[in-house]
Ligand binder design. Structure first.
Ligand code: ATP
Ligand code: MG
Length: 761
């Protein structure tokens, strides 16, 4: 159906209209949150199709998330009908995959090339480092992984990096990077960052390919331009192309390269339209740079810039709060964002005793809104700083029967690290659980490869014994390499040690701690500089907190009881989706670009939000503040800000001061709700008596204060469960210290002292 162009412009303000109809030169739309940037992009596409006779196939629109891409496609389809299908609307990564799937031959790839995710590429880098005989302590593979990712985001290839490496570490990294790329190539694989870099290389190395896409995409539109990194910036420039003077090249250092020397294609440049808001740049940690937006006019000299100043999303109260916060950042262009949507309701503030009470407040309040104020759950979003914080909300929401979905993150109990940890616990609780055994056989990596695993399988089949038993006889397995056999023997010893912790009467929290420490799982994550691994540690801390809560609620509960409880939570996944939909839970990063009538901004504590890592670092604090600005501006009508006085991580309670961002909200805008009389807070009360508050990110050893008793052969001891005994022998030290103790009639036990309730007499 032909769209009526006039209708597309209906209700738009003059600046928006100008942006929709602008023709003939690159266009930059910069504006604060909720001013209609995305809407302008959508309407611009519809206008191109409906009023300017552009074919949908000529349009390439880039969004930041697949979800946003889906939404934009839907909106354009609603405006212009099924023709919209020929457009490319996708993320940078998806667009690149599409181009690469069409052009794989040029790159010497086969059509079936695989895309390595973070876990795959980490595995590969570990192999590379091993082959280069790099000491994993001195040159952690995960660190190399992160650094290679940064290099790719800056479009620095291995040869170039090798040429500029200054010191030994950099030279080692260059070596690893080179081999890593060669291995990827051998495996016919690309990692995530390669998708962008390889596409850029393709366009730069093959002028005919570049010309093909420049002829095809006559309109390139990019949303959230403030969050593009250098590689993405160059990709856009290559796709747009252009005559001399239109799209000068910029080196990594930001210097302009003379385009006349570059032999540019004949095709006139595509019409480029980018929209963004420097105040919402929240991905600097992934190499995003607002320079791309600030330098746009320099990069595209005849560009037109349009400012949008009217906010159509939020009430004056919400907008005033957002402005008050973001104004604290230095080096920003002041904006004049206004709204005529009225004052609206005040912001509600709530201080909870602990994170459970915070979640309870949110649940109660949603209940009240749905009962009394015609709000439906789908209009409500709950935001938090880190994925791990979703767990308490999930538990409370499940308990009160409030339908919800967690967006953008894997559900807590489905996260890899949580599942790995639970697999250990399951195996310890049930030695026949072969699925769990297989899962963690080589997790963390301990040199038991697929081949070794296959050899054990052969032995198990031959002798008709369970896999677990065959594992104990791995040496006899046909074809087993000595190195693998040793690795397996080490693993079997680890399991025996961990079982001794369980047999010694330790509760789930202690067992979990022993698993994470003794297996090396935690150490591997702690050594990493990958921000994802920091998240993983936080999630394991959450799991430890769950285990500790369980121990305190059910002192007699066994490991199996705990696992059952956890399994039930994980199973209550299918909450019926009623007409009112579900409450959305997500991190602030995921919330970018979205809007909800009711928003709860939770965990407003210094050390939580702003994140621990950012405290004392002005640059990072400013990024956290932009994140706060993003969060506040998602709300249309009602905003809640909540915090907990006491929050547990690793089960160790911490008392964080209220977030500095709360102090930046004008007092007159916030209604502090007095907290209801405390009910059912027994749990937090017990918890506070447990141990002194510690730093949030302290290790798992802070679950319980532990002293390892120093024992020697001949010492007499008493054990909580096994009674009196005599030390026969000791071995190892520190948290690996073990003692063989003769408990008389109970038998002789080998105990990991760190987790054993023994006292020296
Ligand atoms: P963000 O910076 O958060 O991505 P944005 O600038 O992209 O925000 P949009 O999401 O496009 O803003 O628009 C915000 C809200 O305002 C949407 O609900 C949109 O439909 C509405 N809106 C935008 N412009 C107008 C207008 N001229 N008339 C009515 N509503 C509008
Ligand atoms: Mg937007």
């Amino acid at each position: 159906p032909a769209v009526d162009p006039a209708q597309l412009l209906d209700g738009m303000n003059p600046q928006q209209r100008a942006a929709v109809v602008h023709e003939g030169s690159p266009l930059l739309i910069v504006a604060g949150a909720g001013s209609g940037k995305t809407r302008v992009l959508t309407h611009r596409i519809a206008y191109l199709l409906g009023a300017r006779g552009v074919h949908p196939g000529e349009i390439l629109a880039i969004t930041f998330t697949n979800k946003a891409a889906g939404e934009m496609k839907e909106r354009v389809e609603a405006l212009v009908g099924p023709r919209a299908k020929a457009m490319w609307v996708s993320t940078f990564h998806s667009s690149c995959v599409r181009i690469l799937r069409q052009q794989y031959k040029k790159l010497g790839l086969s059509s079936t090339f695989s895309i390595y995710d973070a876990a795959d590429s980490q595995r590969l880098m570990a192999m590379v480092c091993r082959d280069l005989d790099l000491d994993a302590k001195q040159y952690p593979p995960r660190k190399f992984n992160a650094q290679v990712s940064n290099l790719k985001n800056e479009l620095i290839d291995p040869e170039t990096y090798a040429g500029q490496a200054q010191n030994d570490t950099e030279r080692k990294l260059a070596e690893a990077y080179t081999l890593y790329q060669a291995r990827l190539r051998q495996a016919n694989a690309l990692d995530f960052d390669d998708l962008i870099m390889t596409t850029v290389n393709l366009l730069q190395a093959f002028p005919d390919v570049a010309e093909h896409y420049r002829r095809r995409f006559r309109h390139v539109l990019v949303d959230e331009y403030q969050d593009t990194n250098h590689a993405q910036y160059v990709l856009v420039r290559e796709l747009v192309g252009g005559a001399a003077g239109q799209a000068p090249k910029r080196t990594v250092e930001g210097d302009l390269v003379n385009p006349a020397e570059e032999g540019l294609a004949e095709v006139p440049p595509a019409e480029l339209c980018v929209v963004g808001d420097a105040d919402q740049s929240i991905y600097a940690f992934r190499g995003a740079t607002i320079r791309n937006i600030l330098d746009f006019e320099e990069d595209y000299p005849n560009a037109k810039t349009i400012l949008l100043e009217q906010n159509y999303r939020s009430t004056q109260t919400i907008l005033a709060a957002a402005n008050a916060v973001i104004e604290r950042n230095s080096n920003r262009r002041a904006k004049n964002l206004w709204t005529d949507s009225g004052q609206g309701t005040k912001i509600t503030g709530y201080v909870a005793d602990d994170e459970h009470a915070e979640a309870q407040f949110v649940a109660d309040e949603i209940d009240r809104l749905t009962d009394n104020e015609k709000v439906v759950p789908s209009q409500v979003a709950v935001f938090y700083r880190t994925n791990a914080q979703s767990r308490v909300f999930e538990e409370v929401f499940i308990r009160v029967g409030l339908p919800y979905k967690v967006v953008g993150g894997v559900r807590f109990y489905e996260r890899k690290e949580v599942r790995d940890a639970l697999a250990y616990l399951r195996l310890l609780a049930n030695k026949d659980d072969v699925v769990s055994l297989r899962r963690i056989l080589n997790v963390p990596k301990r040199g038991i490869g697929d081949r070794a695993e296959a050899c054990v399988e052969v032995l198990a089949a031959r002798d008709r014994i369970p896999f677990a038993d065959a594992l104990r006889r791995a040496k006899e397995a046909p074809g087993m390499a000595t190195r693998s056999a040793n690795a397996i023997a080490g693993f079997v010893t680890l399991l025996d040690q961990l079982r001794s912790v369980v047999d010694g009467g330790a509760g789930p929290a202690t067992v979990l701690e022993a698993v994470l420490e003794q297996s090396g799982y935690l150490a591997e994550l702690q050594a990493s500089t990958d921000p994802q691994d920091e998240t993983r540690i936080e999630n394991l801390q959450e799991l430890a907190a769950v285990a500790l809560e369980f121990e305190q609620a059910q002192p007699e509960g066994t490991l199996a009881d705990f696992l059952e409880q956890v399994a039930l939570v994980a199973d209550s996944d299918q909450i019926p989706d009623d007409d009112g939909g579900v409450v959305t839970l997500m991190t602030l990063h995921t919330a970018k670009g979205l809007e909800f009538p009711v928003v709860f901004l939770t965990g407003l504590e210094d050390g939580v939000f702003p994140h621990m890592r950012a405290l004392g670092n002005t640059k990072e604090l400013e990024e956290e503040r932009r994140l706060a600005y993003v969060g506040i501006t998602r709300a249309r009508e009602r905003l809640y800000v909540t915090l907990a006085k006491l929050r547990s991580a690793w089960g160790a309670p911490s008392y964080n001061p209220q977030s500095r961002f709360l102090g930046e909200l004008p007092e007159s805008l916030v209604d502090w709700r007095s907290k209801p009389p405390s009910q059912g807070k027994a749990m937090s009360a017990t918890r506070t008596t447990m141990s002194a508050p510690k730093g949030r990110l302290s290790g798992p050893s802070s679950i319980v204060d532990r002293k390892v008793v120093a024992l020697k052969a001949g010492d007499r001891v008493t054990h909580d469960k096994f009674g009196l005994g005599t030390v026969v022998a000791t071995q190892g030290e520190g948290d690996k210290a073990q003692a063989t103790i003769d408990f008389g009639a109970t038998g002789t036990k080998q105990l990991l002292l760190r987790y054993a309730p023994v006292e020296k007499l």
